[in-house]
Design a protein around this ligand. Structure first.
Ligand code: ZN
Length: 287
C-alpha cells in the first residue's frame, strides 16, 4: 500500500468539492496554487465556462484527470430515451476532449427522477433492465472513442432517484455480462462513501481486480448524516475505514489517483483555499 503520509501527489480533487466557491477555471487555478496534480470535473461546471476554455485551463495548468463526472441517468420513458442517448454520447466526447481516463456513470433510478418529464414509474426491475441495455448501447460508442466507462454503484438510499445499481456485486455482474473479456472498456468507480458498509466489499474488490477498478473516490460517512445528498464528511471525520478500503483496492494493483469527492453544505460554506488545505492534510493523515 502506498504511503500517503508525506505528500499528496496521488490526490485528485473532484471539482464538486468546491463547486460553490468558484467556477471551474478558478478551481483549476486553486489546484495549481496548492500543488494538486489532478482533478475530476463535473459536466455542469465545464459547461458553465465552456468546454474549450475548460480544456485550455486543464492543459495550461498541466493537470491530469482522474475521471469525468458524469454520464448516465439512463432510465427514461420512451419519449426521453433518445435525449438520454444523445446526452451520454456528448459526455463521452467531452471526456475525450478533456483527456479523462474514464467517464463515470451514475446510472439513474426511476424514470421520473432520472430523466425529468418521463412518465412516473415504481418499477425498479424495469429500471435495472434499462440501465443494462443503455450501458451496452453506450459502450459501443465509448469503445470506438477509446473512453472507458466507470460504473459507480451508489448507496441504496439513492435507488429511486440517482442510481438503481447499489452494490459492487450488482455492478460487477453487469460488467461481466457486457464485457466478459475484461477489455478495460467497462469497470467500476469505487467510492468509499457508497460501499463502505457492504459486507461483501472485500470479496467484490478482489473479484473486480485491477482490470475493473477504474477510479477510487474517498470522503467519509458522518454519523448522524443530516442530508441524504449534501452531508458527506471530510476524511477522518466519520466512520468509514478509508485506509483499510484503500488497502484492498491497492492490493489488486490499483495505483492511480485517489479522488477526494465531497458534496457537503458544510464544506461549501467555507473558503476554497481552506477546504483544499484541509483535504490535503486529511489525505496524508486519514486516507
Ligand atoms: Zn464518487
Amino acid at each position: 500500500m502506498r504511503d500517503f503520509s508525506a505528500d499528496h501527489r496521488w490526490l485528485s480533487l473532484n471539482t464538486a468539492t468546491v463547486r460553490k466557491q468558484g467556477n471551474f477555471v478558478e478551481i483549476v487555478d486553486a489546484c495549481a496554487r496548492h500543488g494538486v496534480r489532478a482533478v475530476s470535473p463535473w459536466r455542469d461546471q465545464v459547461a458553465d465556462v465552456g468546454l474549450d476554455r475548460a480544456v485550455k485551463a486543464v492543459k495550461g495548468a498541466g493537470l491530469d484527470l482522474s475521471g469525468y463526472c458524469r454520464g448516465g441517468m439512463f432510465v427514461a420513458d420512451a419519449g426521453h430515451r433518445q435525449e438520454s442517448r444523445d446526452d451520454n454520447r456528448r459526455a463521452v466526447d467531452e471526456a475525450k476532449a478533456l483527456g479523462a481516463p474514464c467517464l463515470v456513470l451514475v446510472v439513474g433510478g426511476l424514470p421520473q427522477f432520472s430523466r425529468p418529464g418521463s412518465a412516473p414509474s415504481k418499477n425498479l426491475a424495469d429500471a435495472h433492465r434499462m440501465v443494462e441495455e443503455e450501458i451496452a448501447y453506450l459502450l459501443d460508442y465509448a469503445r470506438k472513442a477509446g473512453m472507458p466507462l466507470a460504473l459507480e454503484p451508489l448507496h441504496p438510499m439513492y435507488a429511486a432517484d440517482r442510481a438503481c445499481v447499489n452494490t459492487m456485486r450488482q455492478a460487477l455482474d453487469i460488467c461481466d455480462r457486457l464485457d466478459p473479456a475484461k477489455s478495460g472498456a467497462l469497470g467500476l468507480a469505487v467510492d468509499v462513501y457508497h460501499v463502505y458498509w457492504d459486507f461483501e466489499l472485500k470479496a467484490q474488490i478482489a473479484r473486480a481486480g485491477r482490470e475493473r477498478i477504474l477510479a477510487f473516490h474517498v470522503c467519509d460517512w458522518l454519523v448522524p448524516t443530516r442530508d441524504l445528498l449534501l452531508d458527506r464528511g471530510m476524511m477522518g471525520d466519520g466512520v468509514a475505514d478509508i485506509p483499510a478500503i484503500r488497502a484492498l483496492v491497492e492490493a489488486q494493483g490499483f495505483n492511480g489517483y485517489v479522488e477526494v469527492e465531497l458534496l457537503s453544505n458544510d464544506w461549501w460554506s467555507r473558503p476554497m483555499d481552506d477546504v483544499i488545505t484541509t483535504c490535503l492534510a486529511r489525505f496524508r493523515s486519514a486516507v
